[in-house]
Design a binder for this molecule. Structure first.
Ligand SMILES: [Zn+2]
Length: 109
């Protein structure tokens, strides 16, 4: 199989995992979703594949736990989106004019 095909499989596997992890989060099973987020992160770095849409805002970059279900917050400020992890306290700021960020938020929240 060519490299392109492999990447396509990894991508769809990552998207699948992400959807399942979001279901875990909805049910409050954040330890299960955490395992999936870690796996998605590993895949994306190993195969250099872009992580699913929404992953960046929804999951803490540092501890790989979901932000909102673990008591964190996502706040909209005048020019930035401020994401605070409830698990490890990591804070990240995103410039608002990232239209992809806004659509990502709409798809996860
Ligand atoms: Zn964290």
């Amino acid at each position: 199989m060519g490299k392109g095909g492999e990447v396509r499989i990894i991508k769809s596997r990552m998207n699948e995992l992400f959807q399942l992890a979001l279901i875990d989060d909805k049910m409050g099973l954040t330890e299960y979703s955490h395992i999936k987020y870690e796996l998605i992160f590993k895949y994306s770095t190993k195969y250099r594949v872009r992580r699913p849409e929404g992953f960046k805002v929804w999951v803490c970059r540092k501890c790989k736990y979901s932000i909102i279900p673990n008591g964190g917050s996502i706040r909209l400020r005048r020019s930035a989106l401020i994401v605070k992890c409830g698990k490890c306290g990591y804070i990240r700021r995103y410039k608002i004019n990232h239209s992809s960020m806004v659509s990502a938020l709409n798809s996860t929240l």
